[in-house]
Design a protein around this ligand. Structure first.
Ligand SMILES: Cc1ncc(COP(=O)(O)O)c(C=O)c1O
Length: 441
């Protein structure tokens, strides 16, 4: 059984027909022969030669609206402000050797503390890492050190990264297969359902989590505040119950905001939709402007000094590229651009307008069971994975790329500065593709 929770795997019959007459096939074959095969990404579809704004261009001359973008392109690709910040920083200080600090890194930590969600604002500390998975690993280490416990709750079907520690937290067999024993003490529970309205639904989702937490020996609960791969939203009441159970049991709540942060959800942080503040959050992806690999952990300042083994006595993230001046300069340019261009507000307004215009039409299409939108996280859920696969390839043919999450959810993450006309064009492509792919059954 192929696990398609995290994305399409390029193994379908639609995929087989894709490369039949591409001029870039030779390069794709070399790529396939040289790189270890990765089930979610190889063999590749085509060669990209340009990524700018909302577009990617392939060598074969195809230009696509990229609403997948691995969720790194809140600002679109190659944003001039990020490029300029990186170029300038590379010319003055490209690297920071351990034992030293640098102004961009300190400035970035200052900014992250100042814009942290809820009670973390102005009361946080930061660690920078070169990847989201590394940030997840550090958050887990902080939780273990501060609580003196190791057990962790995560959700089935979740994804928190592909390193062994982050993969252990991830609730998908795909990332455990062939790995032998994963990190001990990770309990996977069912994720909350969609927009649960009835009290009974919330009760059913939260009770197993409370029962585990009340054993009083869990270090952390880790979750995406909104699951990016399906755009399923649990109500604030669910998170409030989880938060309360964490508090009464001395367990830390870690929010993984790697794909959902930086305005994607119409708020700066998706946790702001949940009504609770995490003890630690991990961010990444678009933090480096879609150019530089940059991630971070932001958490309660006092965790530095708490617990049986205070964090200040540990080496948590002894990474070669820890306080990267270039990554910090890129991240500062991202935060500046989000603010100066009002992109968080735009994400909220544009997303709501999209839902008002298109949700009724999309919902009436064959095979569509649900349309969801939070900021510019847009989801159209179908009933049939084979239909979803056909819609994806038909959309690619018509010039639109997006992710298929959970096998049946068409997930569109446009840049937050996308022109309205392009969002309209993309949605028309999607509508046409859903109709044609349904006819093809
Ligand atoms: C929710 C979530 N957590 C963690 C990660 C891992 O981030 P990275 O690929 O930068 O290690 C990802 C990446 O897709 C993610 O979506």
């Amino acid at each position: 059984m192929i696990d398609i929770t995290e994305g399409d795997q390029n193994l379908s019959t639609e995929r087989e027909g894709w490369t039949s007459d591409q001029p870039t096939n030779a390069l794709i074959e070399r790529d396939s022969a040289l790189y270890y095969h990765q089930i979610l990404s190889t063999p590749c579809l085509d060669e990209i030669i340009n990524a700018e704004g909302p577009y990617i261009t392939t060598r074969s001359g195809r230009t696509l609206l990229d609403f997948h973008g691995n969720s790194v392109h809140q600002l679109g690709f190659s944003h001039p402000a990020v490029i300029e910040a990186i170029e300038t920083q590379m010319r003055s200080l490209p690297y920071c050797t351990r034992r030293y600090t640098n102004s961009p890194a300190v400035e970035l930590a200052t900014r992250l503390v100042a814009c942290a969600p809820g009670e973390l604002r102005d009361h946080a500390r930061v660690l920078l890492t070169p990847s989201g998975s590394a940030a997840v690993g550090i958050a887990l280490k902080i939780a273990r050190a501060c609580t003196g416990r190791h057990k962790t709750i995560a959700f089935h079907d979740s994804f928190h990264g592909a390193t062994l520690d982050a993969a252990s937290l991830s609730g998908q067999d795909l990332f455990h297969r062939g790995m032998g024993p994963m990190l001990p003490g990770v309990h996977h529970v069912d994720p909350p359902g969609g927009l649960m309205s009835a009290e009974a639904d919330i009760e059913a989702s939260v009770e197993p989590i409370e029962a585990l937490l009340d054993q009083h020996d869990f270090a952390a609960v880790i979750a995406e505040p909104i699951r990016a791969t399906t755009v399923r939203v649990a109500p604030a009441a669910f998170w409030q119950r989880v938060r309360a159970a964490c508090d009464r049991n001395g367990t830390l709540l870690i929010f993984d905001e790697i794909p959902t942060g930086l305005g994607r959800s119409g708020m700066l942080w998706a946790s702001e939709h949940t009504g609770v503040t995490p003890d630690l959050m991990v961010i990444g992806k678009g933090l480096g402007g879609g150019i530089f690999p940059q991630a971070a952990v932001v958490g309660r300042a006092e965790l530095n000094d708490l617990g049986p083994t205070p964090v200040r006595e540990l080496a948590l993230g002894h990474y070669t590229h820890e306080k990267s001046p270039v990554g910090s300069a890129a991240a500062l340019a991202v935060l500046d651009t989000l603010e100066h261009e009002g992109l968080v507000e735009r994400s909220s307004a544009l997303g709501q307008a999209w839902r008002a215009s298109y949700a009724p039409r999309l919902s009436a299409l064959p095979g569509v069971v649900d349309v969801r939108q939070v900021g510019l996280m847009l989801a159209v859920e179908l009933t049939d994975p084979a239909h979803a696969d056909r819609v994806m390839y038909e959309s690619l043919r018509q010039g639109l790329s997006f992710k298929v999450g959970g096998g049946t959810c068409l997930i569109l993450f446009p840049p937050l500065n996308v022109e309205t006309a392009l969002l309209d064009r993309a949605t028309e492509i999607l509508i046409g593709a859903i109709e044609r792919a349904a006819d093809a059954t």
